[in-house]
Design a protein around this ligand. Structure first.
Ligand code: IFM
Length: 446
């Protein structure tokens, strides 16, 4: 790995999410989320995997804090299970709050800054039954949750994000139906979900600040779009760029919806958008979180295609076990794209996720040599440093993820962890990438 040139104080962290690691779905008063419901439906999850007990972080959190301390990270980003702290999404559950209290205290005692994300796709099922994100009310209930949580934790937690990757929750969960809640919405119905997620974000920013939070941001996923046949696929590339890279960023940073949504029959002048909403959505942020995994290749759609683009193969790149092309320069390109596109409207950036699935196992001596993940992470960290060198204000990087975990519709078949988890026993085994990252953080050039 080349010597990294990053500013002093550059932050190194790692990310997880509640539903993917906690297990304990019925412990201590937790109520079901849309993902519990979805996982119970036959055929939804690869191999019929069930998330519980999975990593069982709810019971093994002390071991996981020890792993974080051994890694030496400056920060740890985790999400809160809304269904654990508020039964049905509304009624305070003291035992749920107590779990995150303990976790925050243990992180601080270990010298690790807790970074709290409020929503990583696990809407309480009761709120889904009341209309989910198609209902405007859900955005207001989210704000109540946000304020309650900030009131409980903001004396110790400085940095908050309202939500992680709303685009994936919208697209995979509400349009393509591959994720919970498994809907196939189009037109105004689909647009209402996007708009209410954005409204929830804006109301959530106000609410966590009212609860005492000092730094608030949003975490989005980004993917540079490459037309496979150059200009011939330009319209398809613009359509995918509008929805993947702009739909959840332009309203937040510029106070307006991007052009190009009409290709999806989504109309920003339609009913869900009320006067004053965009001002709420564009509340100033302290940071933007950037999740980057790969670039997307696209071609023009065939006449029968339901979407105004067709995803294509990107030849010439290695692939991870998820089949995603390994394109480290896409990280630099993403960060520079954000700087060029949003200029003065862009707050400081943190890379809040990057990582890769590879299928390595511990050998007889317990050594797990995930050399492909080490190469992936090293090249993507170098790409962040290149973006910083070209003037992008990136303050830190959080890798995905601490543990192998429940990879949504892929179940346990895709492993992103720096720590291997045996899902029969929940035993944790740090991989080579864990030691590589530890040394990087210590300033040891691998
Ligand atoms: O596991 C997911 C995470 O929940 C959101 N970002 C992408 C990761 C890998 O697919």
């Amino acid at each position: 790995m080349r010597a990294l040139r990053l500013p002093a104080g550059f932050e190194w962290g790692i990310s997880t999410s509640a539903f993917q690691i906690e297990g304990a779905s019925a412990a201590d008063g937790r109520t079901p989320s849309v993902w519990d419901t979805f996982c119970a439906q036959p055929g939804r999850i690869a191999g019929g995997d069930r998330p519980d007990p999975g990593c069982d972080h709810y019971h093994r959190w002390k071991d996981d804090v020890d792993l974080l301390a051994g890694l030496g990270v400056d920060s740890y980003r985790f999400s809160v299970s809304w269904s654990r702290v508020l039964a049905g999404g509304r009624a305070a559950n003291p035992r749920g709050f107590a779990f995150y209290d303990r976790l925050v205290d243990a992180l601080l005692a270990a010298g690790i800054e807790p970074v709290v994300n409020l929503f990583h796709w696990d809407l309480p099922q009761d709120l889904q039954d009341a209309g989910g994100w198609r209902s405007r009310d859900t955005a207001y209930v989210f704000a109540e949750y946000a304020e309650k949580l900030a009131t409980a934790l903001a004396d110790r937690v400085t940095r908050w994000s309202t939500m992680n990757e709303p685009f994936e929750h919208f697209g995979l969960g509400h349009v393509l139906g591959f994720h919970a809640p498994g809907q196939n919405l189009t037109g105004v119905a689909a647009f209402s979900v996007a708009h209410h997620l954005l409204l929830a974000h804006g109301l959530g920013v106000r609410a966590v600040r009212a609860g005492g939070a000092r730094q608030v941001g949003l975490i989005n996923s980004y993917a540079p779009v490459r037309p496979v046949n150059g200009g011939g696929d330009g319209a398809a590339a613009c359509a995918l760029d509008a929805i993947q890279n702009r739909l959840f960023t332009d309203p937040v940073l510029l106070g307006e919806y991007p052009a190009g949504l009409d290709a999806f029959e989504m109309d920003p002048a339609s009913k869900p958008v009320r006067s004053g909403d965009l001002e709420i959505i564009a509340a100033p942020l302290d940071f933007l979180g950037v999740n980057y995994y790969n670039v997307l290749a696209v071609s023009a759609p065939e006449p029968a295609d339901p979407l105004p683009f067709r995803l294509a193969e990107l030849p010439g790149f290695d692939r991870t076990a998820s089949g995603w092309p390994v394109v480290p320069d896409g990280m630099r390109e993403t960060l520079v794209m954000l700087k060029d596109r949003y200029r003065d409207a862009l707050p400081p950036l943190y890379v809040t996720e990057t990582g890769a699935a590879y299928d390595e196992k511990p050998d007889a001596d317990g050594f797990c040599d995930d050399f492909e993940r080490v190469a992936f992470l090293a090249s993507h960290v170098e790409a962040i440093a290149e973006a910083v060198a070209s003037g992008v204000d990136v303050r830190g990087a959080m890798l995905w993820s601490l543990l192998d975990n429940f990879e949504w519709a892929e179940g346990f078949s895709q492993r992103f962890g720096l720590v291997h988890v045996d899902f029969q026993t929940a035993q944790r085994t740090p991989k080579a990438s864990y030691y590589w990252y530890r040394d990087l953080i210590r300033g040891v050039t691998p």
